[in-house]
Design a protein around this ligand. Sequence first.
Ligand code: SF4
Ligand code: SF4
Length: 130
Amino acid sequence: MSSMRLVQAMGVAPMADNMFAKWHGIDRKQIDWGPIVNADKCTGCGACVVTCGEKRNVFGFDRVNKKAVVLFQDHCMVGCNNCQVACLWHAITFATDDEYIRSLAATIPQDQVKREIEAKLKDNPELVSE
Ligand code: SF4
Ligand code: SF4
């Protein structure tokens, strides 16, 4: 079942305003990064569901089959693999790897990250270390 059909079947509403629509200026939908659950290995422990940040909530949980399911793969933080590390059953994989992310990083618009960090430090002056 496609992730959108899964979302509909589970009655989960996608975020109206997707705050994860861009990755350093790159359209997130153009980026192939996100977890894949091997249902044969998944024990339904739920560790991935609770590990993924609450704003991202990439995973849902299928109560009937007692398996984690990927609902919003494009909310996954590019380069993160926390859920894979948290899955003691090795049920989570990624289709792409660090090398792919490095090649993407080379296409980030010039000064994009510099602008982002300046904006963040302006909003969070307590993060500045003199
Ligand atoms: S952590 Fe692994 S085994 Fe546990 S629910 Fe997630 S995918 Fe399944
Ligand atoms: S890699 Fe990180 S952001 Fe992506 S689903 Fe796993 S825990 Fe969530």
